[in-house]
Every structure is written in structure tokens, then in C-alpha cells.
Write a protein that binds this ligand. Structure first.
Ligand SMILES: NC(=O)C1=CN([C@@H]2O[C@H](COP(=O)(O)OP(=O)(O)OC[C@H]3O[C@@H](n4cnc5c(N)ncnc54)[C@H](O)[C@@H]3O)[C@@H](O)[C@H]2O)C=CC1
Ligand SMILES: C[N+](C)(C)CC(=O)CC(=O)[O-]
Length: 327
């Protein structure tokens, strides 16, 4: 690892995290890092930020106690700094969660790169901007743009495990790897992307769903309640433990994804065309089939059915709906 970007600590040795921007997501990150036993320094320019942040952390704490705190974890290990420079001065990692405005992100990330200790990795919580567009003002060096990565969380970051990690054109590969390893050590579930996609992976999927939900509401085709129920009472129950690809492989019965695509492909062409989907050619079909075989990881059709059914029952029990579903 080149000297200029080697972090002051290995991901395993991080002690202090700086959280810049302490709203819904920044505050959620603060709660997560405190619960995992880190010292946290936060900074947010809003006059009421400290009060809001401490209330958010206190409200999250009972849930965090339920799922288990790390040794030494305490709300008392939160410091709210008076300036951005003070917040990052001793930080081993920086998580930026300021408003989703491109110019603001550009100048803030440049300021953070100038203020943080050499080698400290700086991650942005952005929910969609490519890092290549945000790192343009940080200077073309390992100490500048080279250490800026996206670390996209899900709300609330203290309960939803996923973080999507991706660098920009000027980001050093080592910074991406360091961030991915750090999030893993900090108890997150990490997907590291090797290229920038609009919306990353999960938001790209959510955006497709969201776009259609808005179309249906705008056209009076479905109510908000019906749209939400269509997910929470339907596919959402499966998605909590089995993704959309493997779930649809089961829709093909013992014939799996191959039968699913051969059977339903033609009838799905109409919605896919409306949504400007790619042509379902042989290569795409085979990639889906192979991907599902790999995702099954040796589990048989019967294994997956049993796992899915038990998972649905567990989710129903966990959400207090087991009685309703079995009545
Ligand atoms: N809300 C969500 O569900 C999710 C949001 N994100 C991303 O997290 C980031 C923050 O979003 P939210 O927490 O929802 O917004 P928010 O509006 O709840 O919080 C933003 C905070 O940033 C502060 N702020 C304003 N100017 C600032 C500056 N120059 N430097 C530092 N802080 C500043 C504000 O005072 C506010 O407390 C965005 O990039 C967003 O895309 C990512 C995943 C989910
Ligand atoms: C609404 N949002 C696009 C900011 C949501 C996310 O980015 C992730 C999430 O929590 O669903």
C-alpha cells in the first residue's frame, strides 16, 4: 500500500470515527458506531444538531441493547465537536452524511480531505451520486480524491446491515478495500462494487419499484396502502431472506430459473418493454440461470423451499403476524 494512502490504523484497530452531518443517516451511523464500541465525534452546522442527535441515539439505544452492544459501548463515548476540523482531527475513519446536494458534497469532501489525517479514508453516505462527480474538488492525489469512497447505508444504519462500497475514477483501490474491510469489522454487511452505477445496486432496484409506485398513484391505479401492502404481505416477506433472483428461480419449480424464463419470458416481455428492459437474449438467460445456481450454493429445490417457508414463518412471527397468517 503506498505510504501516502496507508491509513493510520488497520481497519481492525480503528478507535475513533468522525460522523459529519448528523441528521437521519448521520445520526443513525453515530448510533451504530457507538453500539459497536467506537468513540464517535460528530459535527453538524445546524444550531439544534446536538440536541437532535442525542435524542436520536437515545431513541435507538433500546433496539441496540436488544440486538447486543459491543463491550464498552456507551452513549457517553459521543463527542459533538465545535468545528469540522476538530471533529476529524483524531479520527481513524470519516463518514460524511450531509444533504444530497452535489456542490455541497464536492466542497465538503474537499474540506474533509484537507482536514483529516493523512491516510484516513473518508466515505460518503450519498444515496446516488457517483464518487467521480463528487471528488472533483479534492485534488488529484492519494491524500485528496484518492481516499474518497462511497459507503452507502440503509435507513436506519444501526439496524439494516447493508453498505454498498464503491470508489470513483480518482479513488485508490486500497481505499475501497480498506473501507470495505472496516465496515465488515464494524458489523456491516458489505457489497463492494468494481464500477460506478447510478443508484448503486439496491437503490437502482428500489428506484424501479418506486418509479412504478409513483406511476400507479399518479394514474389512480392503486392506492399507497395497496402498494405498501402488496410488498409487505407479498414479495417483501420473501425478500427479507431470499433475493428476487433466487425467489423467481423457485417460481420455475424444479426446473428453476431455466423453466421460469422459458415459461414466463414471453409474457413478461410486455412489462419489460414498457420499462425499457434489456433484450432477454441467450447470454442474459444463461447468466441468470448460472447466477441462481451459484446463489443456491448446492442447496436442492426442496432445501430452498423448506428454507423459504421457514423464513416466511419466522418473519411473520418476528413482526407479530403469525396469528393472523395462520388463522
Ligand atoms: N434518508 C435516507 O433514507 C438515506 C439517506 N442517505 C444519504 O445520507 C445523506 C444524508 O441524508 P439524511 O440524513 O437523510 O439528511 P438529513 O436532512 O436528515 O440530514 C442532513 C444533515 O446534514 C446537516 N448539514 C447541512 N449542511 C451541512 C454541511 N455543510 N456539512 C455537514 N452537515 C451538514 C444538516 O444540518 C442535517 O442535520 C445524503 O447523502 C443521503 O442521500 C443514504 C441512505 C438512506
Ligand atoms: C430514499 N433513499 C433513496 C435516500 C433511500 C436510500 O438511499 C436507501 C434506503 O435506506 O432505502
Amino acid at each position: 500500500m503506498p505510504e501516502a494512502i496507508s491509513a493510520p490504523r488497520s481497519p481492525e484497530d480503528v478507535r475513533r470515527v468522525a460522523c459529519i452531518g448528523a441528521g437521519v443517516i448521520g445520526g443513525g451511523w453515530v448510533a451504530h458506531f457507538l453500539a459497536r464500541g467506537y468513540d464517535v465525534t460528530a459535527w453538524d452546522p445546524a444550531p439544534d444538531a446536538e440536541d437532535r442527535l442525542r435524542r436520536l441515539v437515545a431513541a435507538a439505544w433500546p433496539a441496540l441493547e436488544q440486538i447486543g452492544l459491543a463491550d464498552g459501548a456507551s452513549q457517553d463515548r459521543l463527542t459533538v465537536a465545535p468545528t469540522l476540523a476538530a471533529a476529524v482531527a483524531d479520527a481513524d475513519f470519516v463518514q460524511e452524511s450531509a444533504p444530497e446536494k452535489l456542490e455541497l458534497k464536492r466542497s465538503l469532501l474537499a474540506e474533509l480531505a484537507a482536514a483529516a489525517r493523512p491516510g484516513v479514508v473518508i466515505a460518503s453516505s450519498t444515496s446516488g451520486y457517483p464518487m467521480s462527480d463528487m471528488q472533483t474538488a479534492a485534488g488529484d492525489s492519494a491524500a485528496g480524491a484518492g481516499r474518497l469512497v462511497v459507503g452507502h447505508p440503509f435507513n436506519p444504519p444501526y439496524l439494516i446491515p447493508l453498505v454498498e462500497v464503491v470508489g470513483g475514477e480518482q479513488t485508490d483501490r486500497e481505499a475501497v478495500e480498506w473501507a470495505a474491510r472496516f465496515y465488515d469489522v464494524a458489523g456491516k454487511s458489505v457489497i463492494t462494487m468494481d464500477r460506478e452505477l447510478p443508484g448503486f445496486i439496491a437503490n437502482r432496484l428500489q428506484e424501479a419499484l418506486w418509479r412504478e409506485a409513483l406511476h400507479m398513484v399518479a394514474n389512480g391505479e392503486a392506492s399507497v396502502e395497496d402498494i405498501d401492502a402488496s410488498i409487505t404481505e407479498g414479495p417483501g416477506l420473501r425478500w427479507a431472506f431470499m433475493g428476487p433472483c433466487l425467489t423467481f428461480a423457485l417460481a420455475g419449480g424444479e426446473g428453476g430459473m431455466a423453466h421460469m424464463l422459458d415459461h414466463f419470458g414471453p409474457s413478461l416481455k410486455s412489462p419489460w418493454t414498457r420499462l425499457e428492459a434489456p433484450e432477454l437474449d441467450r447470454a442474459l438467460r444463461d447468466a441468470m440461470v448460472d447466477g441462481c445456481t451459484a446463489a443456491a450454493g448446492g442447496r436442492t429445490y426442496a432445501d430452498l423451499v423448506a428454507e423459504r417457508d421457514q423464513g416466511v414463518i419466522d418473519v411473520l412471527r418476528a413482526t407479530g403476524r403469525l396469528g393472523e397468517a395462520t388463522r
